[in-house]
Design a protein. Structure first.
Length: 508
């Protein structure tokens, strides 16, 4: 009798692990660490432009090199966590993230800041897969896990709100590097709390960590994204074509190697699951469509509408509030209705809101902008939370790190491609503005550079130049928002078919 009941008791103990919610708080801090870092950069961009004087291309690299590197390393780091321990890699990565943030804060040249952002990507690649994988191992009850994923997603959204507000306050009182230093106290608390509360977990039979696969993944991802970025900005050249070919060959080599290895870094059979593949594709395209807005909105609020950094941070708050609220109820909604209804409906809402932003002008009132951002947040909160739950529940818990890494790779790759493609639209349109005689060449590199140049120009010329530059930047933002809306609406339609019949665990 005792031996018969023991497995049930063990399962019950696993499902109701004591301290699991306190442990979740450490994972939430890790998410905040990454989300805050991503959002404060947009607010700091005008100040970086003024202080370091980067070119337009360098400014885009400052914005997207983090995503390039993290996208190339997420699968490798997720798999490494499965092998050496997810708790261990999370704590080591958090410590490195905090230390490298100091290097970002004190960068003195555009090249140094780009390099520091790349190193931050290496550290960041260890955090996100580990957090989701640990949630998969902390919460065995499907409904509890859905709530935990919702809190995890809400924390990421809260970070997008806390980042601009705190960053705006710091930018009004300190230099731009201070926005990176806010990572340090979060990192310290994360390491102290996580070290005491998180259980260690790993794949009991993972196989070796294949360095060849790591290199192929990194080279392939960075080369392909770089080629897309350069082609969008400067057209197809011989160097761009060779880079794209190199990246494609490396990624094909990575996939082929995974299919032939007895213990691969990434089990490609995961993609045979239609729900898993559909959720990953939805995440990638959603972030791609939204990223142009996210990266350039802070510049619009500050440099076009003339808001102070703290005010600009508050202006972006509705998106985070909507995402937090939606994330906390997304799992319940998906069980009551359906996964595809919640995901497709959320994506369609974001697409409509982005379409509304094509009407922005310098004089657009905040109620219109705030309402659109609220809808973007609600739609994204529903979609991202449910797709993360689908991805986690589609794989065995021993492969949670690799599966979480695929999810985060889609997110980061979408961000990098979105900034490259949609950002290049904004930059290309901006550079073509009709400038009055006497406008310095540097003013065409970025709107921040134009604002800086205007301080040394005669008043009538400066006013004419700024009017033309702001109108051109806003027109570029219109085109990027319209392209993003088209991507989101198409993704909503695709998700409706790809997620047909998909259900979350625990659905009656």
């Amino acid at each position: 009798m005792t031996s018969t009941l023991q497995p049930a008791r063990v399962a019950e103990a696993e499902e109701r692990r004591p301290g699991r919610w306190l442990a979740l708080s450490a994972l939430v801090l890790a998410v905040l660490l990454v989300a805050v870092d991503a959002t404060v950069l947009g607010l700091a961009t005008p100040y970086i432009s003024e202080d370091l004087d980067p070119s337009g291309t360098q400014l885009l690299w400052i914005g997207d090199v983090y995503s390039f590197v993290i996208a190339g390393l997420l699968v490798s780091m997720g798999s490494l966590g499965d092998r050496i321990g997810r708790k261990r890699i999370l704590l080591v990565g958090a410590t490195a993230f905090g230390a490298i943030s100091v290097l970002n804060a004190y960068a003195t040249t555009p090249g140094m800041l780009i390099a520091a952002r790349a190193l931050l990507g290496v550290a960041g690649a260890t955090l996100m897969p580990a957090t989701l994988a640990l949630i998969r191992n902390l919460f065995h009850d499907p409904r509890e896990r859905s709530l935990a994923v919702g809190i995890w997603g809400a924390a990421a959204s809260a970070g997008t709100a806390v980042g601009p507000i705190v960053g705006g306050f710091l930018l009004e009182h300190f230099w731009w590097g201070s926005v990176f230093l806010i990572n340090l106290p979060v990192m310290v608390v994360l390491v102290l709390v996580g070290g005491r509360t998180l259980p260690e977990s790993r794949n009991p039979d993972p196989g070796p960590w294949d360095l060849t696969s790591v290199v192929l993944s990194l080279v392939g991802m960075i080369a392909v994204v770089y080629a897309v970025k350069e082609a969008a900005a400067h057209g197809l050249t011989g160097v761009t074509a060779v880079t794209a070919l190199l990246g494609t060959v490396a990624l094909c080599g990575f996939v082929r190697r995974q299919l032939t290895m007895p213990k691969p870094l990434l089990d490609m059979r995961l993609f045979r699951n239609r729900g898993f593949s559909g959720a990953v594709l939805a995440d990638l395209l959603t972030v791609l469509g939204m990223s142009g807005l996210v990266f350039f909105l802070s510049q619009y609020l500050q440099l076009v509408q003339g808001r102070h950094p703290f005010e600009a941070g508050l202006a972006e708050l509705p998106a985070a509030v909507g995402a937090v609220a939606a994330g906390l109820v997304a799992g319940r909604a998906a069980r009551r209705y359906s996964v595809r209804a919640v995901v497709s409906g959320g994506l369609a809402a974001v697409g409509v809101a982005l379409a509304a932003l094509t009407t922005l002008s310098q004089s657009t009132g905040y109620p219109i902008l705030g309402a659109a951002l609220l809808v973007v947040g609600i739609g994204a909160g529903f979609s991202f939370t449910v797709t993360a739950d689908v991805i986690l529940s589609s794989v065995p818990k021993d492969q949670a790190g690799a599966a979480s890494a695929v999810s985060e790779t889609a997110y980061e790759l979408g961000a990098a491609l979105g900034i490259a493609l949609l950002g290049s639209i904004v930059t290309g349109v901006y550079r073509g503005f009709t400038a009055p005689p006497g406008t310095p060449a540097a003013a065409r590199e970025s709107l921040g550079a134009a604002v800086e140049a205007s301080t040394t120009m005669p008043a009538p010329t400066a006013t004419a130049m700024l009017t033309a530059a702001r109108d051109s930047f806003t027109h570029g933002l219109h085109l990027a928002s319209g392209a993003g809306a088209a991507v989101l609406l198409a993704t909503a339609l695709a998700a409706w078919f790809l997620l047909k019949g998909q259900k979350l665990e625990g659905t009656a």
